[in-house]
Ligand binder design. Structure first.
Ligand SMILES: [Zn+2]
Length: 283
């Protein structure tokens, strides 16, 4: 521990336009920081190793980058590069270069950081905004489902009289009551042997949806539908937490299996965004 080294470190950092923080929430050493020379919202942070009480340095400074998110929260995006006073300047350069290798969120362009769960997530947590949207959407849907259930119940009781309130919800036809014109051709061609098409869908996969018509991709919902796979069982059933859906595709049309039959007029399958996954025909 030395006051001379502390003065050296302080000099190097102040000479490089770092500001010294008054507090350190996580320890008793002096923290210095300044903006990254090129990357927006990225800050270079140095734990100087200078003890705030004694003013002495332990000659082991740590340099890292943080991303300042929308809520002004600091998210650590690189691991510490440790250096002595002598090598501090080059450690700062190294940390700055490391910025290029930090992944960005493909949705809001913020840097990603390793969350406590161990997953790399968006520093802006743009998920939460989507989750909020989903909640209100889900609430709406629940109501229409409830009304639909009431309608079914009413029909079952052969009570064909509808209250005006139920009539107003008629736009949403429950799945059980909907008719599909394509069903006919689907049945007609069912004599032909249809091919099963599968893909490996795993828990943790970030997924969107693709619309398939007669084995061609007719719509890609990337950017408007987003979910994360929670579970995939041995029968191919896939549980997804749909975090965002700004499309008009209703939840009942969302895919829920890792397989489907080829040659259908229209179907929806998962599109895995977080890694390369291909749909293959089962021979
Ligand atoms: Zn984001």
């Amino acid at each position: 521990m030395s006051k001379v080294i502390a003065a050296q470190i302080d000099n190097i950092l102040k000479g490089d336009k770092f500001i010294r923080h008054k507090k350190n929430a996580k320890g008793n050493t002096a923290i210095y920081s300044r903006n990254h020379p090129t990357a927006k919202f990225v800050r270079v942070v140095v734990d100087s190793g200078i003890d705030l009480t004694s003013g002495k340095a332990n000659n082991q400074a740590g340099v890292k980058l943080v991303y300042i998110n929308r809520q002004k929260g600091w998210r650590v995006i690189t691991t510490d590069i440790f250096a002595t006073a002598k090598k501090l300047a080059s450690a700062i350069k190294q940390a700055e270069v490391a910025e290029k290798f930090v992944k960005s969120c493909k949705f809001c362009k913020a840097k990603k950081f390793k969350a406590k769960t161990g997953n790399e997530v968006c520093a802006n947590a743009c998920w939460t905004t989507w989750a909020g949207k989903k909640k209100s959407g889900a609430k709406k849907k629940k109501t229409s489902q409830k009304i639909a259930a009431q309608k079914t119940k009413a029909a079952r009781q052969k009570n064909l009289q509808r209250t005006p309130q139920q009539k107003s919800s008629q736009k949403v036809t429950p799945k059980s009551q909907r008719t599909y014109p394509q069903r006919k051709s689907y049945k007609a061609s069912s004599q032909k042997k249809r091919q099963k098409i599968t893909a490996e869908i795993l828990p943790g996969d970030l997924v969107s949806v693709e619309e398939i018509e007669l084995d061609n991709i007719t719509h890609d919902y990337t950017g408007s539908i987003l979910g994360i796979v929670m579970k995939a069982d041995q029968h191919g059933k896939v549980d997804v937490n749909w975090t965002a859906n700004t499309s008009s595709l209703p939840e009942w049309d969302m895919p829920f299996t890792d397989h489907y039959q080829g040659g259908q007029r229209r179907t929806y399958r998962f599109k895995v965004l977080s890694r390369k996954v291909e749909w293959v025909k089962v021979v």
